[in-house]
Design a protein around this ligand. Structure first.
Ligand code: ZN
Length: 279
């Protein structure tokens, strides 16, 4: 979600509530009767800059480290964070994935507090739809499922944002720059082990070229040259086929300026083999 939505907040019982604080990270509304925080936020760091905090999901334990604010451990925000552990209240965590873009993780619970290290751990709880009036039910597989869902959403968001940024929001084949039509395509499907959510496994493509790539009607060889499937090359149709597809046969794609963002030739080859096999 865009961070503007966070600032707009929501209306409840005729009163306006903010969802959080972009400056402070830890947010407890003044009108709250209880001592615990309501939302937490980690801002995204600027591209190429080191992250200010390592507030990310630990792959082994599934926990998220969340750091205290600077200053005294007894200052108001840190008290609200620590009270969330004592009271075990559900929190909303906004995880910054790119400047201005947040992924919502909710509910999360503070499951440990280490004042010496100035850090708490967060764990993803079950969606409210999976709870019963008798209280939280949390079979381990349901929690693992909730965590996996958060991970997938984070990966997909980061992948999309990073790929589009690397390609300056343009289709690598036709250079279309309409945000509603340009997408981040995977070279190797993200369901296979090589299908990592990194820019080198992605290409920004417009909707028609993305679909043509996914359906093996269009291939991109390891040198970055576009190939149109033989059966489309020999067809006669209107301008979409002639200009939009046949016209790019043998043309190079437009790759990102940064070497480290360019598509991985090994992955391109693996994928191109599938295209050739399908033809
Ligand atoms: Zn295109």
């Amino acid at each position: 979600m865009p961070r503007t939505a966070l600032l707009q907040g929501f209306t409840f019982a005729g009163e306006r509530w903010s969802l959080g604080s972009l400056q402070n990270g830890i947010y407890r509304p003044r009108r709250f009767a209880g001592p615990a925080a309501f939302t937490l936020l980690t801002a995204a760091h600027a591209p190429g800059q080191p992250a200010p905090y390592d507030d990310d999901i630990d792959p082994a334990s599934g926990t998220i480290l969340y750091h205290y604010r600077s200053g005294s451990i007894d200052q108001a925000d840190n008290r609200a964070l620590r009270a969330a552990f004592v009271e075990q209240v559900p929190l909303i965590y906004f995880m910054g994935v790119a400047p201005g873009q947040l992924v919502v993780v909710a509910p999360v619970y503070v499951t440990s507090d280490d004042p010496a290290a100035r850090v708490v751990t967060l764990e993803v709880g079950l969606p409210l739809a999976d709870t019963t009036p008798a209280g939280l039910v949390s079979p381990p597989d349901a929690r693992a499922y909730a965590l996996r869902d958060v991970r997938i959403r984070l990966h997909q968001q980061r992948f999309r944002i990073n790929v589009l940024r690397a390609y300056r929001e343009r289709c690598a084949i036709c250079t279309l720059k309409e945000p509603a039509l340009v997408q981040a395509a995977h070279i190797i499907d993200d369901r296979s082990p090589e299908g990592i959510a990194a820019v080198i496994n992605g290409i920004a493509l417009c909707a028609i070229h993305h679909l043509a790539y996914d359906r093996n009607l269009l291939g991109i060889d390891p040198a970055g040259v576009v190939h149109i499937a033989g059966r489309l090359l020999n067809e006669v149709d209107g301008p979409m086929l002639k200009t939009g597809l046949q016209g790019f046969h043998g043309q190079p794609i437009v790759v990102p300026r940064r070497l480290g963002d360019r598509p991985d030739p090994v992955r391109l080859q693996t994928r191109f083999d599938l295209f050739v096999a399908a033809a």
